[in-house]
Design a protein around this ligand. Structure first.
Ligand code: GDP
Length: 415
């Protein structure tokens, strides 16, 4: 059946780390479609969608005072250190209890601030029991400067419980700055990074059997060093149904992150369309205003996931000392429905419908609600993702232009 093969072909486009549905469920759905058991296929799709939407994600972050744990937590949540609800930075740890920090945009995501094991005097096993280790999806151990033996013992105990941990070495920016200041002649960035990574890996390896996952990051700029690698690794290791919410929660601004979000949302939109399409082919009729209302909300949600909502744009503009209008010329989404202002939204949508039917070859009346919604959601999604990438690139350009130093002396200096 054509349906089954298009289902398979669709999901083959996505890499393992961005797949939000398991191979098992894909096979199950395809088998039902092939056997013409559509209702069964739909129930599996519904279950998959429910799992994706409601999957809770609990991230445990631990580390000794001063290592940069609170800063890291705020960064993961995309919350400014001085904002309300931020984890207090620069504070001496006094509590022996864990503290939950919800993700501001995704209520299913909670980041737990665990006291450093050193402040508690617990053995690693007791510490894990006390911190309710079974409730987390994974652990992040934060460390800075000198390696702490406690951290290695904790990593070992986590691995023994059959759980994943990731060792994050922060403040890489200061290490590089210091090396450059004190050894300007022999300074080699790659070598400094390699030495720090080897130092952490070797210490960890003394307690562990396998290659330890070590990531060098700077909380000052999470798009640099190993932070993007950490995001990819976490996505790979998570079960498929948790990848959707995690990818949407990602805060680093890189093309890879934007693509994870786009891929994840595309799969969800596809599953929703499959579900609706298998159940009924409702003709579009008078539903245009319904579509508009629902899609308006969806579109605003996409803008916020991709950092294109008004508040985010204002922040970027402030950072770079520009006006929001200067950015908007680079972006497509503000003009998506605003090109000919004399035309009503419904007229514009009708044009899109005509366009779809010309692409798909059917008469206008045969364009169904689900196909229309699918088409428009993809259009929105691609527009938002492309805009986010354009903004990223133009931001890099602007930053270069207003950069703090000129690397090459201007030519006329020679004369
Ligand atoms: P915590 O005690 O582990 O929660 O550590 P904090 O998050 O409060 O950080 C301690 C200090 O280190 C603060 O002054 C932070 O601003 C600073 N800090 C944290 N992470 C980094 C980083 O990656 N780079 C630099 N340069 N400073 C950092």
């Amino acid at each position: 059946m054509a349906w089954a093969s298009s289902f398979d072909a669709f999901f083959k486009n996505f890499k393992r780390e961005s797949k939000i549905i398991s191979e098992y469920d894909i096979t199950l759905i395809m088998t039902y479609i092939e056997e013409n058991k559509l209702q069964k296929a739909v129930s599996v799709i519904e279950k998959v969608l429910r799992d994706i939407e409601s999957a809770p994600l609990h991230i445990a972050v631990t580390g000794e005072t001063g290592a940069g744990k609170s800063t890291f937590i705020n960064t993961l949540r995309g919350v400014g250190h001085e904002e309300k609800g931020a984890a207090p930075t620069g504070a001496i740890e006094t509590t022996m209890k864990r503290t939950p920090y919800p993700h501001p945009k995704l209520p299913n995501v909670t980041i737990w601030d665990l006291p450093g094991i050193g402040t508690t005097n617990f053995t690693p096993q007791n510490y894990l029991t006390e911190m309710k280790f079974g409730e987390y999806d994974f652990f992040i151990i934060i460390s800075a400067t000198r390696f702490k033996e406690n951290d290695a013992q904790l990593a070992k105990a986590i691995a023994q419980m059959g759980m994943n941990f990731y060792f994050v070495r922060t403040k890489i920016d200061s290490d590089l700055d210091n090396e450059q200041k004190f050894k300007p002649k022999s300074f080699n960035k790659e070598e400094v990074l390699k030495n720090i990574k080897d130092y952490c890996s070797n210490h960890l390896q003394e307690s562990l059997d396998s290659e330890p996952p070590v990531f060098l990051v700077s909380n000052v700029d999470i798009s640099k060093y190993d932070f993007p690698k950490l995001e990819t690794k976490l996505l790979q290791d998570l079960p498929a149904h948790k990848r959707h919410v995690f990818s949407l929660s990602l805060q680093s601004l890189t093309e890879a992150t934007i693509n994870y979000k786009r891929d994840s949302l595309k799969q969800k939109v596809f599953l929703e369309a499959m579900k609706a399409g298998a159940l009924a082919t409702i003709p579009l009729g008078g539903m245009i205003s319904d579509i508009l209302e629902n899609l308006d909300e969806t579109f605003n949600l996409y803008r916020s996931y991709f950092g294109l909502d008004d508040a985010s744009l204002e922040n970027i503009a402030k950072d770079l000392n520009m006006s929001v209008d200067d950015f908007k010329v680079h972006l497509r989404f503000p003009h998506l429905f605003a090109e000919h202002n004399d035309e009503s939204l419904e007229d514009k949508l009708f044009k899109y419908i005509k366009h779809i039917s010309s692409v798909t070859g059917g008469p206008v009346a045969a364009v169904t609600y689900y196909r229309m919604a699918y088409y428009l959601q993809n259009l929105f999604l691609d527009t938002a993702a492309n805009d986010a990438i354009a903004l990223l690139n133009s931001k890099a350009l602007f930053e270069k232009k207003v950069g703090p130093y000129i690397s090459e002396p201007p030519e006329y200096w020679e004369a």
